[in-house]
Ligand binder design. Sequence first.
Ligand SMILES: *[C@@H]1O[C@H](CO)[C@@H](O)[C@H](O)[C@H]1NC(C)=O
Ligand SMILES: *[C@@H]1O[C@H](CO)[C@@H](O)[C@H](O)[C@H]1NC(C)=O
Ligand SMILES: *[C@@H]1O[C@H](CO)[C@@H](O)[C@H](O)[C@H]1NC(C)=O
Length: 344
Amino acid sequence: MGSRTCSSAVVLAISVVAVLLNADVALCGCSYKRFFAFGDSLIDTGNFVYTIGNGPSPLKELPFGMTFFKHPSGRISDGRVVVDFYAEALGLPLLPPSIPEEATGQFPTGANFAVFGSTALPPEYFKTKYNFTVNPPSTLDRQLASFKKVLARIAPGDVATRALLNESLVLVGEIGGNDYNFWFGNPSKPRETPEEYLPDVVAHIGAAVQEVIDLGARTIVVPGNFPIGCVPTYLSAHQSNVTADYDEFHCLKWYNEFSQKHNRALQQELARLRSKNPGVKVVYADYYGAAMQFVQKPQAYGIADPLVACCGGNGPYHTPAGRATTRRSCGAAPTGSPAGTACT
Ligand SMILES: *[C@@H]1O[C@H](CO)[C@@H](O)[C@H](O)[C@H]1NC(C)=O
Ligand SMILES: *[C@@H]1O[C@H](CO)[C@@H](O)[C@H](O)[C@H]1NC(C)=O
Ligand SMILES: *[C@@H]1O[C@H](CO)[C@@H](O)[C@H](O)[C@H]1NC(C)=O
């Protein structure tokens, strides 16, 4: 991979899988025939790009896909995403996105229902409770509804569905990150409010896990959230003069503590699900800890600066900045503005 000057989703994905390989999934010695996944842009392998049809999108341009597929692949990444590494570790082909074949596909090795921008909670929740409008392209509920539609076709009836899911691995997440990103991305909103709805995000993820267990799944992996206080867009949007707002690695403490709160609540929810569903393996995947390795010892991974976006623009932390017309970002730039630069 060579020496990278900035952080990369590819490196992140490799390490997350390395962490998982030390967990139950690899050690159980089981082999899964199928692998189903739900989530957001972190693992979307083409659903969102498929749904936008023939229209132009930066996601259809390099540097998306440049390092591995050598062409834009529908992933919100320069290379592979975490599910690709799961599939490889499981000895399965890369997961096809579900939406293009929702009505016809047999998905002999599984399918990926994840969609860029998805939230865990439905948009109505935010509208009703906070008068806050979000328009996610999909939600966890919509992904589950699509999954059930597919199951009803490829394994019709309760017995067949249970048998199919009994030999499948199900990945639920990371999901929920966008429920917070949308709020934190709005500077007029008080940052404390997400602490209030965090229990509902976690309960909704738990309800989805219970739903796939009720359908017959026996092994479910549920990842936590990333250290968002180390994410370039957060570092840029929530810059502070106050030294105490940063940890020793120059990440924003408050936002990292928020992710940890989410992760603690999620682990409690998973413990509850385990005791309620004996015989079912519910595995927590520590993405927070995996990602922090790059921040704590970047040189071990060939990363010069882990807090700088790999692909971006002229703003702090290499994030896009300025008005639409002068803004640089990843992929095709708006007409007349310079394209973003990607690390090599
Ligand atoms: C809801 O938000 C909109 C702006 O997004 C505002 O115009 C409206 O007054 C708000 N409604 C309530 C009940 O606060
Ligand atoms: C599920 O798989 C296990 C082995 O992995 C097997 O013992 C069990 O009978 C299966 N159950 C169903 C309902 O297919
Ligand atoms: C930093 O502090 C100065 C002076 O107190 C203030 O004017 C400025 O807005 C602060 N900047 C940020 C990003 O908080």
